[in-house]
Design a protein. Structure first.
Length: 489
């Protein structure tokens, strides 16, 4: 275990950089960031921004028309869900999003920047996704000098120091390559040193020595120094970034703005909080109970909690929720049964009946069985994940038709995306803000059958053991006559 103060001792102290200072720079050089989010959990760090689960030109026109005060929204999130796709499908989807965004921008006179948002624990299609975005922009006459890689997510305990990416634990810092996330069946990796991670994932196309490293000394040294360090970038040079605090991310934002004013064309591959810092949006306090339902029209009856993620933290959070919510009905979706073609249909029908019946009077916790079905074949792993996700979507869609839940909480990145886009059939939404400090976002669906139902996106790998319980408690307290404390529903 590594102690964070020991690592930080070699670097300057952070400077205070206000969100207002970044916002002023953004206003003086206006553009809209199109955030290609490989699962919907990237929205947990922002508020009041439009979200799309479809990406035709008409969808972008809607997003570009959204206003915050008297100004266009500085960013729009596009839920690509590419972490659940194979590489070829992910490439097609990234290309489509960029192409349609550029077309809508040309029609509306909107200046764009592009962000490839992925996992703060380094899982996802890298370098494929930024490669495809850069190639699509090149066809449109827009070169990419550098790809800025910022996986840090301080709110969730992911920090980068000395070019090495860490996960905070009770005892200190653990290199992310030593965590369960590095053993992901589809996106595993061996190096926590980001320059070597780039070399590993690019199969040597970029060597570690070619990667530009913006360590804390550079980040905390001022915008001009950051821009100077970026200046040599050309031909999509990877640029990896240290960040430990929100101030570091805002300092980076000012440096990136300076580099772009000097003429650099940059693409971003980042974790969740980067966009908030880059657009100069202040950290929003967690939504209150009243704020969580403002502008919505939740139905009578119970809410639905859907748990699909299999990471260890999610299982602990699920166990805590079940223990502290004795009035909820727990329904288990058996993964092994879903993979049996002869038994899957009957299992789904029975599950829907159980969920719909229970929602009349209680919250329902629907979770996939905790025994993870593993395979050494990444393609087969994705197939299994799709089968399970398809079943979850089917259950949510049929439940929505039979008895709309009072609220929906989806736990897990791919689970959240599929529930939103296909189960609830959300096409356009507004992310209202976080349910917990810096993490877990609440969307307001603005169209489709889920309009008026609060929808919470909860990543599988964030929060503490009680976090899921706390979020559900905040929403469940809206039930008529409920007077249970937040720690025991």
């Amino acid at each position: 275990m590594i102690l964070e103060p020991d690592l930080l001792a070699a670097y300057p102290a952070e400077d205070v950089v206000t969100a207002g200072a970044v916002a002023a720079a953004v206003v003086s050089s206006p553009r809209v960031l199109v955030v290609l989010d490989d699962d919907p959990t990237g929205t947990q760090s922002v508020c009041d921004l439009p979200v799309l689960t479809r990406w035709e030109a008409e969808d972008f026109r809607w997003a570009f028309s959204h206003r915050i005060g008297d100004r266009p929204a500085p960013a729009v999130y596009v839920m690509t869900n590419t972490r659940s796709l194979d590489p070829a499908e992910a490439a097609v989807r990234n290309r489509e999003v960029v192409t349609y965004a550029l077309a809508a921008a040309a029609e509306t006179g909107t200046r764009l920047g592009f962000v490839s948002r992925s996992d703060s624990t380094l899982r996802g299609h890298f370098p494929l996704e930024p490669d495809v975005i850069a190639a699509t922009l090149a066809v449109a006459g827009r070169p990419t000098d550098g790809v800025v890689i910022v996986p840090a997510f301080p709110d969730a305990g992911r920090v980068t120091i000395g070019g090495v990416h860490y996960m905070r634990t009770d005892g200190g810092l653990t290199p992310v390559s030593e965590t369960e996330f590095a053993r992901d069946a589809s996106f595993g990796f061996t190096s926590s040193e980001l320059a070597r991670y780039v070399e590993e994932k690019s199969a040597g196309r970029f060597t570690a020595a070619e990667v530009i490293v913006l360590d804390l000394a550079i980040i905390r040294g001022g915008a001009a120094g950051i821009a100077d360090a970026i200046d040599p970038a050309t031909g999509s040079t990877p640029i990896v970034v240290d960040a430990v605090t929100e101030n570091d991310l805002r300092a980076l934002a000012l440096g990136l703005d300076e580099a772009e004013r000097r003429g650099k064309h940059l693409l971003y591959r980042v974790g969740p909080p980067f966009v908030r810092a880059r657009i100069g949006q202040a950290e929003r306090a967690p939504l209150s109970r009243d704020e969580a339902v403002a502008g919505t029209s939740p139905s009578a009856g119970g809410g639905l909690v859907v748990v699909g993620s299999h990471v260890g933290l999610t299982t602990h959070q699920l166990d805590d929720l079940v223990a502290h919510h004795p009035h909820a009905v727990v329904v288990e979706l058996q993964v092994e049964t879903l993979l049996d073609e002869t038994a899957a249909a009957d299992h789904l029908t029975a599950t829907v009946a159980a969920v719909v019946g229970a929602l009349a009077e209680a919250d329902v916790i629907l979770h996939t069985s905790r025994l993870l079905v593993r395979t050494d074949d990444p393609v087969e792993s994705l197939r299994i994940a799709r089968t399970v996700s398809g079943a979850v979507v089917d259950i949510v869609r049929r439940t929505l038709a039979g008895r709309p839940p009072r609220f929906v909480v989806a736990k897990g990145g791919i689970t959240s995306s599929d529930v939103a886009a296909h189960g609830l059939e959300i096409r356009h939404a507004i992310v209202r803000g976080p349910m917990l400090p810096g993490i877990v976002s609440l969307w307001e669906p603005v169209d489709g059958p889920a309009r008026g139902i609060p929808f919470v996106v909860f990543a599988g790998n964030v929060g503490g053991e009680r976090s899921l319980t706390d979020v559900v408690a905040k929403l469940s307290a809206m039930l008529p006559g409920t007077a249970r404390p937040s720690t025991d529903l």
